[in-house]
Design a protein around this ligand. Structure first.
Ligand code: OAD
Length: 248
């Protein structure tokens, strides 16, 4: 526990007087829920696969069953996970500020399960399913021995509703996220390696518009040099402490 962690007064003052707080989260905020971060080594039978080689349309077209089963394994992991104190602290933060925008790169749905509203899911949601050809959102499909199952609307193969490498992000989600980054006065980047664009450009848009940038990550990232404050530690420990100080 980092109860002796020193949250700078500037952070408390900036958030305490903020008009609009925007937050971008990455896999790091779900790490303490037991969901491996995107770039951590994969475990078990998936250890030999590089996620960046499975999460692509080409991989799916080459071997749809393998990719479908990889996501089924990840859905299992996510189903067993629960939101942690970091997710919950963001639910509390949203209630403290006049305007709050939560943007996530995560597909695990843990922010929503913690109670966050209007979460902007830049990379989709692993618990949702759509068809490969036309993007029909499908919630249930006829039992079949064939894996992946087929879309009841158009017959094409079903796939998880997540953004794969080389695919565009959902336009409305990205537009809302860019608008929030440009109009917020405090931007928090939490648990992301800040490597993957366009998500990684959001904090830079925020500082271009004079927002106060706070990064929460146990490790430095390419964003750290731009942050007004970097809180080096685990989100599940720092965020509850930050909320406790803000609620005093
Ligand atoms: P990464 O796995 O790239 O980075 C996770 C970050 O979380 C790292 O910087 C860790 O230092 C940090 N971290 C680890 N434990 C933490 C903790 N307890 N608290 C806070 N931070 C912690 O995951 P992302 O940055 O989310 O995109 O990756 C971004 C995107 O890259 C993913 O959404 C995925 C991938 O390409 C798509 O799938 C389209």
């Amino acid at each position: 526990m980092v109860d002796n962690f020193d949250i700078p007064d500037s952070v408390l003052q900036k958030i305490g007087t903020a008009r609009h707080v925007a937050v971008l989260t990455g896999a790091g905020i779900s790490a303490e829920s037991g969901v491996p971060t995107f770039r951590e080594a994969q475990t078990g039978l998936w250890a030999k696969y590089d996620p960046q080689e499975l999460a692509t349309p080409e991989a799916f077209q080459r071997n749809p069953r393998l990719v479908w089963e990889w996501y089924a394994w990840r859905r299992e992991l996510v189903n067993k996970a629960a939101p942690n104190a970091g997710h919950q602290a963001l639910v509390a933060l949203a209630k403290l500020v006049p305007q709050f925008t939560l943007i996530t790169q995560n597909v695990d749905g843990l922010h929503q399960r913690a109670g966050s509203q209007n979460v902007i899911c830049l990379h989709g949601n692993i618990m949702e399913t759509k068809c490969f050809a036309l993007g029909h959102r499908i919630t249930d499909w006829p039992e079949s021995d064939e894996l992946p199952p087929r879309c009841p609307e158009c017959g094409s193969l079903l796939r998880p509703n997540v953004v794969w490498f080389g695919e565009n992000l959902p336009a409305d989600a990205l537009e809302t996220a860019v608008h929030a980054a440009r109009s917020c006065d405090v931007f928090l980047s939490i648990g992301t390696s800040a490597l993957v664009h366009p998500a990684a450009s959001l904090p830079l848009l925020a500082i271009e518009n004079s927002a106060f940038l706070i990064e929460i990550n146990p490790q430095p990232t390419p964003l750290s040099r731009w942050a007004d404050v970097t809180l080096s530690g685990a989100a599940g420990e720092i965020l509850p402490l930050l909320l406790a100080r803000l609620q005093k």
